[in-house]
Design a protein around this ligand. Structure first.
Ligand code: WTA
Length: 672
C-alpha cells in the first residue's frame, strides 16, 4: 500500500467537541438511516422549511436509473409547493435573523466593502423581482446572468426564484462566443450584468462582452428583450495608477433594451408575493462542458436542491449560528450556487462575498480577509492553494487565522503536498480539512469527510454524504467491493442530483446512464482503500480540468481547427504545478499553415476569444501526423505520454502507423 493511504490526521478535539457529527459511529448511524429510511431522514430536514402545500410522505421520492425499464427520472417531494427565496429570506427574518448579516461584501480594492442583512436582502430581492416582472418576466422564463462577485449577483438569483424564473449564470470569464451559445440554448429573454469589474489590476468590460454576445444572438434570430446593467465601476476604487477616466469609460446603452439597475431598482416596491413553485419545478440551469463539445445545461429543481444544499452546508462545514463562512468560488460556478448562495442562506449563515483575487493588492489577500472578518470556515480550490504555496510562509503566518475551524477544498483532486501546506500553515494543525468531491450535476457534495467525525487522509475525499451510495465498477460493469479502483458511479439518487439537461433529456440519459445500466456515471475514476476511504483519481472521459474549470478536449480541438492553418488538432491534459492540469495541443497543419510565432499567437488569442482566457493552451506541438487506430480514432493515451516525455507508451500495435509516435517524441513542443 502506498504510504499516503496510511497517512492519517485526526480531527482536533476543539473541532470534535462542538461538531454536529462528532464520531465515526454517529456518522455511520446517520448514514444508515439516510439510506434505509430516506423519507424520515430528509423528511425531518424538510420540516425546517416552509411548504405552502404540504409534503406527501407516501410519495416522497421515486426514481428510475435503468433505461431498459423506461425513461430516467428522479423526483423528490412531488406535490409539495414552496418558494426558495421565501425559505432563504422571509423565513429567516421571521425566525429573528432580520438584522443578522447575510453577506459581508469585500471588494477587489481593500477600501471597498459593505454588508447586507437578511431583512435588507429580502427587500432588495423583492425590488428586483418586481423590476423583472415589469419587464414581462414570468414563471419558467430564463434569465441569463453575467455578473461579477457583487451583492446584486446574489439579489438577481433570488429575485428569479421569487417569481419562478429560471436563472442561468454564465461565468463572467467566458468569451462573448461562449456566452452567446448559452443564451441561444436557453433562449434567455433577459440578461443581467454589470458595466465592468476590476480583477486585481485588470479591468473586465462585462457590458461590452454582453453587447457582442447579444449581437451574435440577434444574427441567429434571437433578440434579448432586456439587459439590466449594474453601474459598478463608478462606485469602486480603481487600482493605484489607473485614472478615473479610464475606469468610467462610458458604457454604451441600447435604448429600450438596456437599463441601469440604479435607475429602476430603488423605485421598485420592497414587497413581492412569492410564486409558489412545485417541488419539481425548475430552479436554475447551469452549463457544464460536455465531452462532445456542446455545453450541457444541467437542470436543478426546487425542493430537492434546497434540502440538499442546506444539509450538506450544515454538516460539511459544521456551520454554527455565530460563524462567519467564506467560499471563494465565483457565483458563476456550481460551487458559488450551492455554497455561496443557497446552502448558506438556507442556514441563516453569515458569509463573505469576495470580488477580488488572492494576489491583489498583495499575495496575502486571502489571509487578510480571513483575519478581517474572523472567518471560521474557509472554502477554496487546490489551484489557489498551490498558487499561494509558492510565496513566503511569512505571508500566511503574520495573520491571525485562529478563528478558522474547517478548511474546504473543491474542484479537483488535491495533491498531498498542497493538503499538508493548507493543514499545517493555514489551519495550524487545528482545523479539519474537508476535501469535497462533487459536480455541477450532483448539486452538492457527494463524497467528503465530516469535520468532527472522521480522520482525514491527505488527497482522499473520504466517505459518501448522507443518502449517497457510491459504487466502483470495473470496465465490464461489475461491482468492485472492498479495495480496488474503477469507475465511480452512484446506484441511487439523492435530493440534489440534477433532473435533466435543459431541452435534451436524450443526451442526459446517454451521457450519464447508458454506460452502466442502473447507475449514474460521474465520468470520474476512484479507488477505495483498505479503510474504506475513497480517492478520486480524475476524469476517465475526454475532459480536462484546468484550475478546477472543466472543459472537453473536443471543445478546444474544434476551436483550434477553425484556424485556416490547422487541419487537425488533438488536445490532452498535462500535469501543471499550479493549475493541476494544463492544455497540451498537438496540431497538424494544412498546406497553407506555417508553424511559426504568428500562428501560435493567433491560436492562443482565438481560443481565448472563443472559449475564455482559462482555456488558453500552455503548449502547442507541431504534429505532422497523429497516432490513430486503424479505425481513425486518435489515441490520446499515447499523446498524454508524449506530453510528459514518458517513453513508456505501452502497446502501440493497434496504431495504423506506429512510426508517428517516434516522430512526435523527436520533435519539440513550444511553450506559449
Ligand atoms: C472534479 C465542481 C477530485 C471531478 C464542484 C468532477 C474533484 C469535476 C473534486 C466536476 C475533488 C471536483 N476531488 N476531483 N474534491 N471536486 N472534482 O462540475 O473531476 O465544475 O467530475 O463541479 O471536478 O466539476 P464541476
Amino acid at each position: 500500500m502506498p504510504s499516503e493511504e496510511s497517512h492519517i490526521f485526526h480531527p482536533h478535539q476543539a473541532v470534535v467537541k462542538q461538531a454536529y457529527v462528532s464520531s465515526l459511529s454517529q456518522y455511520q448511524e446517520m448514514y444508515k438511516k439516510s439510506l434505509e429510511n430516506p423519507e424520515e431522514f430528509w423528511g425531518e430536514i424538510a420540516k425546517q422549511f416552509y411548504w405552502e402545500t404540504p409534503i406527501d410522505y407516501k410519495n416522497f421520492f421515486r426514481f428510475n436509473f435503468d433505461l431498459s425499464k423506461g425513461p430516467i427520472f428522479n423526483k423528490w417531494l412531488d406535490g409539495a409547493t414552496t418558494n426558495i427565496s421565501y425559505n432563504l429570506l422571509d423565513r429567516n427574518v421571521r425566525n429573528g435573523y432580520g438584522d443578522k448579516v447575510a453577506y459581508y461584501w469585500e471588494g477587489n480594492h481593500p477600501d471597498d466593502y459593505s454588508r447586507l442583512t437578511y431583512k435588507k436582502l429580502l427587500e432588495e430581492v423583492c425590488r428586483f423581482a418586481n423590476v423583472l416582472k415589469s419587464r414581462g418576466v414570468q414563471k419558467g422564463d430564463r434569465v441569463a446572468i453575467y455578473m461579477p462577485m457583487i451583492l446584486e449577483g446574489v439579489i438577481t438569483l433570488l429575485a428569479c426564484t421569487r417569481i419562478g424564473a429560471i436563472h442561468s449564470l454564465i461565468f463572467a470569464g467566458f468569451s462573448s462566443d461562449s456566452f452567446a451559445e448559452r443564451i441561444l440554448d436557453c433562449e434567455a429573454r433577459v440578461i443581467v450584468t454589470a458595466d465592468g469589474v476590476w480583477r486585481g489590476e485588470k479591468l473586465l468590460q462585462l457590458k461590452t462582452i454582453c453587447d457582442q454576445a447579444m449581437a451574435k444572438c440577434a444574427k441567429e434570430g434571437h433578440n434579448v428583450e432586456t439587459c439590466v446593467v449594474v453601474s459598478h465601476l463608478e462606485r469602486v476604487t480603481s487600482p493605484k495608477g489607473v485614472s478615473q477616466q479610464r475606469q468610467t469609460n462610458r458604457t454604451p446603452m441600447t435604448e429600450d433594451r438596456d437599463i441601469w439597475w440604479q435607475d429602476v431598482v430603488p423605485q421598485a416596491s420592497t414587497s413581492c408575493y412569492p410564486e409558489w413553485m412545485q417541488a419539481e419545478d425548475p430552479l436554475f440551469m447551469l452549463y457544464t462542458s460536455g465531452s462532445t463539445g456542446k455545453p450541457k445545461g444541467v437542470l436543478h429543481t426546487t425542493a430537492g436542491y434546497l434540502l440538499y444544499a442546506a444539509t450538506t452546508f450544515k454538516y460539511v462545514f459544521d456551520y454554527k449560528p455565530n460563524d462567519v463562512y467564506w467560499c471563494t468560488a465565483d457565483i458563476g460556478w456550481i460551487t458559488g450556487h450551492s455554497y455561496v448562495v443557497y446552502g448558506p442562506l438556507a442556514n441563516a449563515a453569515t458569509s463573505v462575498l469576495f470580488e477580488g483575487t488572492p494576489f491583489y493588492p498583495d499575495n496575502d489577500r486571502f489571509w487578510t480577509v480571513v483575519d478581517k472578518y474572523k472567518v471560521t470556515q474557509f472554502y477554496t480550490a487546490p489551484t489557489a492553494i498551490r498558487a499561494l504555496m509558492k510565496f513566503d510562509d511569512h505571508l500566511v503566518v503574520r495573520h491571525d487565522l485562529s478563528t478558522l475551524r474547517v478548511l474546504g477544498s473543491v474542484g479537483e483532486p488535491i495533491n498531498p503536498e498542497a493538503w499538508l501546506w493548507y493543514y499545517k500553515l493555514v489551519g495550524r494543525e487545528k482545523c479539519s480539512i474537508v476535501d469535497t468531491f462533487w459536480q455541477t450535476e450532483t448539486g452538492g457534495h457527494v463524497l467528503t469527510t465530516l469535520p468532527g467525525a472522521q480522520p482525514m487522509k491527505p488527497g482522499s475525499a473520504g466517505f459518501p454524504f448522507f443518502g449517497v451510495q457510491p459504487v466502483i465498477l470495473d470496465e465490464n460493469g461489475k461491482e468492485i467491493k472492498g479495495e480496488g479502483e474503477g469507475y465511480l458511479v452512484f446506484s441511487r439518487p439523492w435530493p440534489g442530483l440534477m433532473r435533466t439537461l435543459y431541452g435534451n433529456h436524450d443526451r442526459y440519459e446517454l451521457t450519464y446512464f447508458s454506460k452502466f445500466p442502473g447507475y449514474y456515471c460521474t465520468g470520474d475514476g476512484a479507488k477505495r482503500d483498505a479503510d474504506g476511504y475513497l480517492w478520486v483519481t480524475g476524469r476517465v472521459d475526454d475532459m480536462l480540468n484546468v484550475s478546477g474549470h472543466l472543459m472537453s478536449t473536443a471543445e478546444v480541438e474544434s476551436v483550434l481547427t477553425e484556424h485556416p492553418g490547422v487541419a487537425e488538432a488533438a488536445v490532452v491534459a498535462k500535469p501543471h504545478p499550479v493549475k493541476g492540469e494544463c492544455l497540451y495541443c498537438f496540431i497538424t497543419l494544412t498546406e497553407a499553415g506555417k508553424f511559426d510565432d504568428k500562428l501560435l499567437k493567433e491560436l492562443k488569442t482565438h481560443v481565448r476569444e472563443r472559449i475564455g482566457p482559462f482555456a488558453q493552451p500552455d503548449v502547442i506541438q507541431n504534429a505532422p501526423a497523429l497516432p490513430k487506430t486503424r479505425s481513425g480514432k486518435i489515441m490520446r493515451r499515447i499523446l498524454r505520454k508524449i506530453a510528459v516525455n514518458d517513453r513508456n507508451v505501452g502497446d502501440v500495435s493497434t496504431l495504423a502507423d506506429s512510426s508517428v509516435v517516434e516522430q512526435l517524441f523527436a520533435s519539440r513542443p513550444v511553450n506559449i
